[in-house]
Design a protein around this ligand. Sequence first.
Ligand code: TXA
Ligand code: MG
Length: 358
Amino acid sequence: GGSSYTGHPSQFAALALREAAALLRAGDTVAFPTETVYGLGADARNTAAVEAVFAAKGRPSDNPLIVHIARRGQLDELVQQVNGTAEALIKAFWPGPLTLVLPVKPGVLSPRVTAGLDTVAVRMPDHPVALRLIAEAGCPVAAPSANRSGRPSPTTAEHVREDLQGRIGGIVDGGPTGVGLESTVVQAGDDGTVTILRPGGITAEQLAAVCPAVTTDPGLAGAAGPDAPAPRSPGVKYTHYAPKGRLSVVEGPSPAAVTGLIRRELAVAGASGERTAVLAFDEHAADYIGQRVYSLGSLATLQEAGQRLYGVLRRCDEDGITFILAEACPPHGLGAAVMNRLLKAAGHRVIRAEETRG
Ligand code: TXA
Ligand code: MG
């Protein structure tokens, strides 16, 4: 098994766990399901294997990878120390969609994994296939999301095939993923503070129930302007998920103001020849009769929006949509991660509806 993607001219092998683990041990790349999104895995100690991951994705080499482990004991082999705050978070949320940025132990991981930083991002996924694959491979598994760089993260094996067929050693198909958005990336201070570097599957409210001093990296707010600090998570600065059509997010003082503005804007765009669609919550579906609607599920369970968002963005491209409006959701709980990804996909284009009169 060659470790370069050029060694995989066309095959997209659906692998059994045991074969997949053998490929990882041999320095090849394998896509596998986690509870968040599909990852593209490689032995995190093997520089050629890690380079093959960057090559297959077309990922900038200054964007470090998350290392996936299957047992708590593996963590101590990778990092210098785990402070009390981090330990409390691990106890509460592993296995699960929480990634911890910790001081890296020198000389164990390929330097390409950390992109030259003195920290490493580690998580233990809550998915039986991922856990068994990592355990059987017997190595820490570096795995970014298994999409081409700039595409929405894959939530099905089919999405991985669309992006990476012919570029990787194979895939373990575990069906659709559960959370649908990536893990929450945090840094935990010795003083009990927790900084969210990337919102994700574990909410700020869940973190605060364990460690009350939770803040969000000020570099995260994408609309923050030229004077904003650089984000501490390097990947956050890249444009991601952008559909080919022009996507804007619509927010406003009431649902009626939002749906009214969306109806008017879609009519105007449609009249000028745009192929239009709306990303809407089910509570408002009846307001868009005659429009192409992609459902984000119910506002009452934002888990559905998380599960569906990336698939819907891919569908917009498949369906040749050129003009897309998306309803905003309240940025609380999982809504923080949904809005973060939606705003990134929209290049932070937001239209604010005025209150409707009469
Ligand atoms: O749910 C997930 O986290 C998925 C699944 C496959 O586990 N993985 C994932 O990986 O989303 P990726 O590579 O697409 O995103 C990793 C994020 C990037 O924003 C990266 O910059 C950040 O984690 N990151 C990695 N190492 C870091 C470090 N040492 N310090 C700060 N941020 C780091
Ligand atoms: Mg990614």
